[in-house]
Structure formats: structure tokens, C-alpha cells
Design a protein around this ligand. Structure first.
Ligand SMILES: Cc1ncc(C[n+]2csc(CCOP(=O)(O)OP(=O)(O)O)c2C)c(N)n1
Ligand SMILES: [Mg+2]
Length: 322
């Protein structure tokens, strides 16, 4: 996945965009229960970062995590089935939107705990390295995570032990309805620099810019350079969560939203393809996602009797049985 092919990067951005649009429709039709946090507008970050990682490298995501899982290469059909709570999902429908994982491709999971992603990744990459497996990793988190103690503890250990993790802050300007200016003292890059971690700001709406910044950081990390932070400036095009579609919260003006949406990563990367090539990619993505939705809806729902299965590592049982 390290190639710089513009069509390949565009395909990932477009796939995430259309996946999210279809997932929102499935929330509305009642097939996805509980709603989702749409990644619309931020697709270029997951796509650009994951395009610069290798197949064996690790990723941890967030509550807004569908894009992270898809960009690392998860099967969209099994991901959609996971959101629909089906037995055929990536995690047999037990993880759902906020805890989808695919260990076979290094996705340690989306994650509902704000600030947990860098802690999980730092521990995982360190453990792999202790076993002689030279992986690197990327951890996604939002601007709302940068005041969490756990995140700063992870920065400290990653820097102290020179763990090669890329700390990717998706600064979309808000934590739910709280603007960054009302929550963050100092700067996001300054938090990393306080630990001696190199920090770079990138235009998160430009997938190729994100890929290039990541590729350079990953090359330094593979060379023993230790952790780095990238602050990707972005804009959330849709709601914090789909509940907002029913309860319109007035924390962003229509003008601000229109301005934010005017820099669309799908259009920015799409403009780097010929119209014919773009159409070819769009058609392939549409066919893939049509099949993904059909697969998801055809999958059986888990048997309620097995609700407590898969909770414990081998040797433990949920009901105190044998
Ligand atoms: C430790 C913790 N505190 C609070 C929450 C509730 N919560 C869920 S999403 C969210 C906002 C996160 O904002 P940000 O990190 O900027 O990510 P974004 O939603 O903008 O992608 C909050 C406070 C949580 N999930 N975990
Ligand atoms: Mg945010």
C-alpha cells in the first residue's frame, strides 16, 4: 500500500465517502441500530496515512473510525455487516461501529474511549518490537483527545522508549459541540514538542499532502527516529453523530459549514485523475459497495444465547461455566 498512485488514493477516499453515505441511509432505515459518527469530510486523512503504511503495520482509530478501518484495507462488506450487527461482520457483530477491528490487517480497532488510541498503539508497537517484529504504527485521535491524561502519558512513554508511532491528530475544530479555542490551552503541536516529539501541521483535506507527510515520517521512524505527531487540519462535513440529524444543534453557522465543505478531499484528489479514470473508479466503488450492503443485510443476526461469547481470552468463560 505504499505506492503513490493518485487513482489508488482517490479510490480509498471515494470508498470511505460512499460507505459513510450508505451507512447513514442504513441508520435511517433502522438496519444500523444506535447511529454512527460519520467520517464525511475527513476521508483524506485516513486514506493518506494508510497509503504510507505497510501491510504489517498497525493502526488504532476512534469513535469516528470507519475510515481508519477501511483505509487500512478491511473488507467493506464485512465492515458493513459489522455495523449492521450481523454474524458475518468483522467481529461477528459484537464490535459495531465504534469497536470494529481486523487484527489480520493490523487494525487493532476503532475505539470509543477518547484518548485511548495512542495508548493502545504505543503498547502494541512496543510489544511487537520487543519480540523482534519491526512494525511501525499510526494512531488517530481527535482534537478533543489532546487534554486527556492517558494520551499525554502515551506521548511520554512513546518518546522515552522511542516507540515508532505516528500520532495523527484529526483537528476538525470541535469536540462534539465544543470549539478547540474553548478547550485547548497552548497548541496541539506544542504538546508533542514538550516531549521532544517532532510535530508537523498538514492540510487534512488534501489526501496526497497527508500521504507525503506520513511517508516522510514513517521513513524516519523505520530508521529509528522515534515517534512523530501530525496535526491534520480538517472539517467535519456532517453531524458529530447521526442523532444530530434529528436534533439540530446550533453550534456552527450555515456559512461556516458551507466554507468547510468547499474544500472536499474527494474533489481535491479526484481532480488529479482524468474524467474517464475517475468514472471508472467511481463505478467500481459503487459496485463494491452495492455488494457490501447486500452482503450485510443477508447476514444472520447473532444468536442472543451467545451474547456473552468472545468476551474473554481462552481459559475464561463469561458465565462461570467449565
Ligand atoms: C474518555 C471519554 N470522554 C468522553 C467521551 C464522550 N465523547 C465521545 S466523542 C467526544 C468528542 C470527541 O471529540 P474529538 O476528539 O475532537 O473527535 P471528533 O468527534 O471531533 O472526531 C466525546 C467527548 C468519550 N467517548 N470518552
Ligand atoms: Mg474534533
Amino acid at each position: 500500500m505504499t505506492d503513490a498512485d493518485p487513482a489508488r488514493l482517490y479510490r480509498t477516499v471515494r470508498l470511505i465517502r460512499r460507505f459513510e453515505e450508505l451507512a447513514i441511509a442504513l441508520v435511517r432505515s433502522g438496519h444500523i441500530v444506535g447511529g454512527i459518527h460519520p467520517y464525511l469530510g475527513q476521508e483524506g486523512i485516513a486514506a493518506g496515512v494508510c497509503a504510507a503504511l505497510g501491510a504489517g503495520d498497525l493502526v488504532t482509530g476512534t469513535h469516528r473510525g470507519h475510515g481508519h478501518v477501511l483505509a487500512k484495507g478491511a473488507d467493506p462488506a464485512r465492515m458493513m455487516a459489522e455495523l449492521c450487527g450481523r454474524e458475518t461482520g468483522l467481529n461477528r457483530g459484537r464490535g459495531g461501529s465504534m469497536h470494529a477491528a481486523d487484527l489480520s490487517i493490523g487494525v487493532l480497532g476503532a475505539n470509543a474511549i477518547v484518548g485511548a488510541s495512542p495508548a493502545i498503539l504505543t503498547g502494541a508497537v512496543w510489544a511487537h518490537r520487543q519480540r523482534g517484529n519491526p512494525v511501525v504504527g499510526a494512531s488517530f485521535f481527535g482534537d478533543g483527545a489532546v487534554n486527556e491524561g492517558m494520551l499525554l502519558e502515551a506521548f511520554n512513554l512513546a518518546a522515552l522508549w522511542r516507540v515508532p508511532v505516528l500520532l495523527v491528530c484529526e483537528n476538525n475544530g470541535y469536540a462534539t459541540t465544543m470549539p478547540v479555542a474553548g478547550a485547548v490551552a497552548g497548541t496541539i503541536t506544542g504538546r508533542a514538542e514538550a516531549f521532544g516529539i517532532r510535530a508537523t501541521v498538514v492540510d487534512g483535506q488534501d489526501p496526497e499532502a497527508v500521504r507525503q507527510v506520513t511517508a516522510a515520517a514513517v521513513a524516519r521512524m523505520r530508521d529509528g527516529g522515534g515517534p512523530e505527531l501530525v496535526e491534520a487540519r480538517t472539517y467535519r462535513f456532517d453531524a458529530h453523530h447521526t442523532f444530530e440529524h434529528a436534533v439540530r444543534l446550533e453550534y456552527r453557522t450555515p456559512q461556516e459549514v458551507a466554507d468547510g465543505r468547499s474544500r472536499d478531499p474527494v474533489e481535491i484528489q479526484g481532480a488529479r485523475l482524468s474524467p474517464a479514470d475517475r468514472e471508472t473508479v467511481d463505478a467500481e466503488v459503487e459496485a463494491t459497495l452495492d455488494a457490501a450492503v447486500a452482503f450485510a443485510l443477508a447476514g444472520p443476526e447473532p444468536d442472543p444465547a451467545g451474547a456473552l461469547d468472545h468476551l474473554y481470552a481462552s481459559g475464561l468463560t463469561a458465565r462461570g461455566g467449565s
